[in-house]
Write a protein that binds this ligand. Structure first.
Ligand code: UGA
Ligand code: MN
Length: 254
């Protein structure tokens, strides 16, 4: 089955670096279709060119987040959901692509643009009958958030620091969904108003029960994905130069 990877992304100085890091991994993964959804009123030339020359099978979409749902500079980062409407635009694209397909084959993975993904992760998720799960490192204030697997091979509980009593106490990077499961449950999407930190739980509750989850990565004992975050670039000098009419990115794309 093809792995459909849905990535929300937005314009910022490090955007191309983030997308490049993902591309470098995805090029090593067979049968991967990258659905990149820009949080913007229209598709950007940079991302268009980037995808065209990437060598990857891809779909380029855009879906902007309405102003009332955007983070303000004064908001803490967790204040508003990020990437929600973009992931939904990706899901809707899949729904229309497979609208006349009685048994669509594939796996869907939601890959934020700033995480670190290994090639092995995609080998693990390829065989996903309903929803597969695995550990995610560097998230939720701990080294590793992970499903704990009982002797019957099923997920018995969650090892997490923050709100370990969430129904599915894992990050977006910690699961993949079978395409026909997702498409057969009509209208299943992410909710813009899910309580803070419950985005994944609210979504997965519509699809599956804990007992049905398929633990991957050697029964969730290996780390193949890291919830890394990129430091804000220091642009103090750029801002100073801009004030005197100089732009270091004039005539060059970064
Ligand atoms: C954490 C989770 O890992 C995300 O899956 C979850 O969406 C997010 O929290 C949340 O609470 O909404 P975090 O690292 O804090 O993620 O968030 P970002 O990586 O900044 O954003 C998640 C995705 O949304 C990224 O792919 C990012 O490019 C995209 N995004 C972010 C937008 O499309 N628009 C924005 O304005 C901001
Ligand atoms: Mn992130």
């Amino acid at each position: 089955p093809v792995i459909y990877v849905i990535t929300p992304t937005y314009t910022r100085p490090q955007q191309k670096a983030e997308l490049t890091r993902l591309k470098s991994v995805f090029l090593h993964v067979p049968a991967l279709h990258w659905i990149v959804v820009e949080d913007a009123p229209k598709k950007s030339q940079m991302v268009s060119n980037f995808l065209e020359s990437s060598g990857l099978t891809h779909t380029h979409l855009h879906q902007s987040t309405p102003q009332e749902w955007k983070l303000k500079d004064s908001d803490p980062k967790w204040r508003k959901p990020r990437g929600v409407l973009q992931r939904n635009a990706g899901i809707r694209w899949l729904r229309s692509k497979f609208a006349h397909d009685a048994n669509p084959r594939g796996v869907v993975y939601f890959a934020d643009d700033d995480n670190t993904y290994s090639v092995e992760l995609f080998h693990e998720m390829r065989d996903t009958h309903k929803v597969s799960v695995w550990p995610v490192a560097l998230v939720g204030g701990v080294l590793v958030e992970r499903p704990l697997v009982g002797s019957n091979g099923q997920v018995s509980s969650w090892l997490a620091g923050w709100k370990a009593d969430r129904p599915f106490a894992m990050d977006m990077a910690g699961f993949a969904v079978n395409l026909s499961l997702l498409l057969n449950k009509s209208g299943v999407e992410f909710s813009i108003d899910a309580p803070i930190g419950f985005q994944e739980s609210v979504f997965l509750e519509k699809l599956i029960t804990q007992e049905e989850l398929e633990p991957k990565a050697d029964l969730c004992t290996k780390v193949y994905v890291w919830h890394t975050r990129t430091e804000q670039p220091d642009l103090k000098q750029e801002i100073r130069l801009n004030k005197v009419g100089k732009h270091t990115d004039e005539g060059i794309e970064l």
